[in-house]
Design a binder for this molecule. Structure first.
Ligand code: CTP
Length: 400
């Protein structure tokens, strides 16, 4: 299942090779991908949408508007949804429209909106393929960054022999798998991420917790996995969740449990990102029974918890990377720099509660990354998903 969790747009155009697109579609599905077929009006002359929707388990898109209800097919949403767009077969006419932005069908508008890599498998007769016009269009779309899966040589539908037949579905599949892997910068790496709050039990019904939502830690775990890393996400009690392949979630409740789970897997990993808001104190005594209401004050004695980041800082090998967070309200830079040193971190991500839109609960964050040697980089206010990308980019930079 090499394409598990991947979204693919399969563009089909009007070529006799369209029947091979059905086989390619089956291969994508077998590898675990979700596939949306977009077919041109001419493509439908060669293969029926019924076949394709049955194989992909989704209605096939061809028109800008749904024929029955006038609903609008958003090429922009589709372009953002996909991890890769594969146009196979691509006719001479489609190559020309791609090269020149002639957006007269749903396939080309989707192509123009796609933010993902686009792979193109041309299919046509040998003379059409060899024509300077086709060759020029191919070189233009290569300049756009599109990847050409070169046609093979052999017998063509016209009966002629030569270069122009669409590459075999198995070969196109391999090219797609390869393309999705080279993009990834953390293949064969594994990371520990801690996320969320910890709950420190007072009695069977009460605890001391904090407002951490876990969103930042989960976003970092997902971005690490997106880059090909294996992630162990040690998570305190949160309402967010993840189903992304490559992430193993270990649920814990207390700081003590988070400590044990983290120390357990750290030696096997290439690094750790300590995103959790770990309680600094825990009740010295956990009551067995619920404490009853009374007239007197209730004093709870608290003892310090173990500092997980500092412990990993001591265990850290030369090649391992340790990243911490600091949520500060005052003297932000000085406090964060002290933590960087004291916990033996490679870098620390500072959030200041003085910045609007930063910190707990919200979907945005504003960070400064502080590294050893007083180097600091300030970032703008961004969504936590984009902040995670900045943090993972720093991890990738320090890995190299
Ligand atoms: N951290 C940890 N274990 C703890 C406390 C903190 O792993 N018991 C980690 C956090 O996940 C974070 C970093 O240490 O990456 C800094 O956390 P923070 O709470 O800001 O620092 P503290 O050392 O607890 O200092 P203080 O609360 O006094 O500011």
């Amino acid at each position: 299942m090499r394409l598990k969790g991947k979204n693919i747009i399969l563009g089909i155009t009007g070529s006799i090779a369209a029947y091979k697109a059905a086989m390619l579609l089956r291969l994508f599905i077998k590898e675990g991908a979700e596939v949306q077929v977009v077919i041109t009006p001419a493509g439908k002359e060669f293969i029926t949408p019924v076949t394709l929707s049955a194989l992909s388990n989704k209605p096939v898109i061809s028109e800008f508007f749904g024929a029955n209800d006038g609903s609008w097919n958003s090429h922009v949403d589709l372009g953002l949804w996909a991890d890769v767009m594969v146009i196979a077969p691509a006719t001479a006419s489609t190559l020309g429209k791609m090269a020149n932005g002639i957006a007269d069908n749903m396939l080309i508008t989707t192509y123009l909106s796609a933010k993902c890599p686009v792979m193109v498998a041309p299919a046509m007769d040998l003379d059409m393929f060899a024509h300077p016009s086709t060759q020029r269009n191919i070189s233009i779309i290569k300049e756009y960054g599109n990847i050409i899966v070169e046609p093979g040589e052999g017998e063509l539908a016209s009966g002629l022999e030569g270069k122009g037949r669409m590459e075999e579905p198995e070969k196109i599949l391999e090219a797609v798998v390869h393309q999705l892997e080279v993009k990834k910068k953390l293949l064969n790496k594994s990371y520990l991420v801690t996320a969320g709050p910890t709950f420190e039990k007072i009695d069977p019904v009460r605890f001391i917790g904090n407002y951490s939502s876990g969103k930042m830690g989960y976003a970092i775990a997902e971005e690490l996995a997106e880059q090909g890393a294996e992630v162990t996400l040690v998570s305190g009690p949160v309402s967010v969740s993840t189903t992304k392949p490559g992430i193993k979630v270990v649920k814990v409740e207390s700081a003590e449990e988070m400590y044990t789970a983290s120390v357990d897997c750290f030696s096997e990993s290439d690094g750790a990102i300590m995103c959790a808001a770990v309680a600094d104190f825990t009740p010295a005594k956990k009551e067995e029974q619920k404490t009853k209401r009374g007239k007197e004050n209730w004093e709870i004695e608290l003892t310090p918890t173990k500092d997980i980041a500092a412990e990993l800082g001591k265990l850290k090998a030369e090649a391992q990377l340790l990243v911490g967070f600091a949520l500060e309200t005052n003297d932000e830079i000085t406090n964060a720099q002290n933590k960087l040193q004291k916990k033996n971190l490679d870098f620390i991500v500072l959030n200041s509660l003085q910045d609007e839109g930063a910190g707990f609960g919200v979907d945005t964050n504003k960070i400064t990354i502080l590294e050893k040697g007083n180097k600091s980089t300030e970032f703008e206010l961004k969504s936590k998903v984009d902040v995670a990308k900045d943090i993972v980019a720093k991890i990738i930079e320090l890995n190299n």
